[in-house]
Design a protein around this ligand. Structure first.
Ligand code: ADP
Ligand code: XUL
Length: 540
């Protein structure tokens, strides 16, 4: 379908925490058009802050109709930018992982009868039983996590089967909470989608299946057999299997685009929709990670991921099905306090400017004279704690640093050390040939990247195109629709067509690396102390 048809495009979408991004790639997988909708700025009527609404008790949600309205807006913008959508041969996309969308009884009729004379958000206004979807930042479901682990005997057993011990943001505990606290809503829900499959559903005008990779972020999939895990489904809520539908292989062609898009936007009726996936698996597809390489995404969350041969989950991090090779897996660890924490420290210490923030990073001493700061604005995933903790060079807890701007370096250094420590626990080993591929909003900040390079003692690269998640989803569409070379591996195919390059951004500084080598164990002690302090404050 796609080979040698240089006039054909693929459309790719990334429904992330703060925005919806769209890119159109041409037949050589080069970016032709792009647009985005920033939720807070362009859809202020939904009153989100950074794309979400934070409620009390660690509840974090996003209005599902805001996402639908963003799609209306983004497609209009794309067409207005001159993109001829009739040339789009295939569509794939990705979305923030773990969040769930609840479709009301009979919503499938609404989906299959979309009126091209109306906006999607008008036609789908009554399609959802829950108007606010829980998202990955939510950590209100500890009770349901414990119940799920207990039903398996213990957390290890759940992790061995589903790739992760029970996590608050994972879909199983989120669905269990809806069933327990809003049984009426659960009852009138005919389908539960992940955010990725929700978006794909709109494009095919019917319920889209959840794919293996995003499905492995639910605590509900048996990741080795790539089937729903009956024991987990039963432990969560009755009738769940029917509400989730079938799970499909990544790169499955789900069907043709719905007539709505043909009539309203001029898409070709032959345009195919490929199963959507999570943003981190899509990013892995966009990056082509080799042995000894680790990817770091500095988006709203900081995530580390790498390709794995073994699919046995442990108590730390997550093992997911690999999106582009069904014989492989991927390891992932996610930290909630990423960009938003960096931004808060920046605003506190220097105001709006990243340049001023970077000046401090560039003019202060590596290692911060031994002062360490840990910042968990939101309850962190690993370790599960909240608050700010500052330590003097002897490891004593202090309330503030000798100079307030020391928070800038302390924040970036502790985030970088945390990335290294946890990626090693995930399977990454630093060595001669190790390197880091960087992506996400903060990857444009070379002062931050230099610290990461020094902490990892490894060079930092990026791709010559930004937005690796959106790009990866575009590659997935092109690969799924290829006409020839049935057995060619994903990355061989992509590299052959795109000829894309990596750009070296930073190389490690030997003196700084030595300082950080010594700081790693000190950091570990401080993290343990902070953990103890947090829990001692919780228990009277
Ligand atoms: P998402 O998780 O929504 O995909 P992005 O990957 O687009 O988010 O990252 C958005 C974040 O990037 C913002 O919250 C902002 O803090 C951060 N960012 C943007 N530019 C810079 C910069 N120059 N330095 C550090 N962080 C930046
Ligand atoms: C990964 C995670 C986040 C979201 C948002 O486990 O929770 O990275 O996918 O990007």
């Amino acid at each position: 379908m796609f080979d040698n048809m240089f006039e054909k495009y693929v459309l790719s979408l990334d429904l992330s925490t703060q925005q919806l991004k769209l890119i159109v790639l041409d037949g050589q997988l080069k970016q032709k058009y792009s647009t985005k909708v920033e939720f807070d700025l362009e859809l202020p009527e939904f009153r989100t802050k950074r794309g979400v609404i934070r409620k009390c008790n660690d509840v974090v949600v996003a209005p599902v109709l805001m996402w639908v309205k963003a799609l209306d807006l983004a497609l209009d913008k794309l067409r207005a930018s001159g993109c001829d959508l009739s040339l789009v041969a295939g569509i794939c996309g990705c979305a923030q992982q773990h969040g769930s969308v609840y479709w009301k009884n009979n919503a499938s009729d609404l989906l299959s009868n979309l009126d091209p004379g109306r906006f999607l958000h008008a036609d789908l206004a009554t399609a959802f039983s829950l108007m606010e979807s829980p998202v990955w930042m939510d950590s209100s479901t500890s009770l349901y996590c414990r119940k799920l682990e207990d039903s398996f005997g213990n957390s290890e057993k759940l992790a061995q089967t589903t790739g992760s011990r029970a996590y608050e943001r994972f879909t199983a505990s989120q669905i269990a909470k809806v069933y327990d606290t809003k049984p009426g809503i659960y009852q009138i829900t005919e389908r539960i989608s992940l955010i990725s499959s929700f978006l794909a559903s709109i494009f095919i005008g019917g319920y889209a299946s959840i794919d293996h990779s995003d499905g492995s972020g639910m605590n509900l999939l048996d990741i080795k057999n790539r089937k729903w895990c009956g024991e987990a489904l039963e432990a969560v809520a009755p009738g769940l299997k029917e509400k989730l539908g079938e799970v499909v292989e990544n790169l499955t062609v789900l069907g043709q685009i719905a007539p709505y898009f043909v009539q309203r936007y001029g898409f070709n009726p032959e345009c195919k929709v490929v199963s959507f996936t999570g943003d981190n698996p899509a990013s892995l597809a966009g990056m082509n990670l080799g042995a000894g390489e680790v990817a770091i995404s500095l988006g709203t969350s900081d995530t580390v991921f790498l390709s794995l041969e073994e699919g046995t989950g442990g108590l730390l991090g997550h093992v997911l099905c690999n999106p582009v090779d069904s014989s492989l897996f991927m390891g992932l660890i996610c930290f909630k306090n990423g960009s938003l924490t960096r931004e808060r420290i920046k605003n506190l210490c220097v105001g709006e400017s990243w340049d001023k923030f970077n000046q401090i990073l560039e003019t202060t001493d590596v290692g911060n004279y031994g002062y360490i700061g840990l910042y968990y604005d939101l309850t962190e995933i690993t370790p599960h704690i909240q608050g700010e903790y500052r330590f003097d060079p002897d490891g004593n807890l202090i309330s503030k640093f000798p100079a307030p701007e020391m928070d800038v370096r302390a924040c970036i250094e502790s985030q970088a050390i945390r990335l290294r420590l946890y990626s090693e626990r995930l399977g990454y080993s630093s060595g001669h040939s190790s390197s880091i591929l960087i992506t996400g909003g903060a990857s444009s900040n070379t002062a931050i990247l230099q610290i990461i390079s020094n902490v990892f003692n490894a060079p930092v690269y990026t791709l010559d195109l930004p937005d690796s998640a959106c790009l990866g989803a575009g590659y997935m569409a092109a690969y799924a629709l290829r006409q020839s070379d049935e057995r060619i591996p994903f990355y061989d195919y992509i590299n052959q067509i795109s000829g894309r390059k990596r750009c070296l951004l930073c190389t490690p500084d030997e003196t700084a690396c030595k300082v950080y080598m010594q700081l790693v164990s000190k950091y570990r002690d401080c993290e343990n102390k902070a953990f103890g302090i947090y829990y001692s404050r919780l228990t009277p």
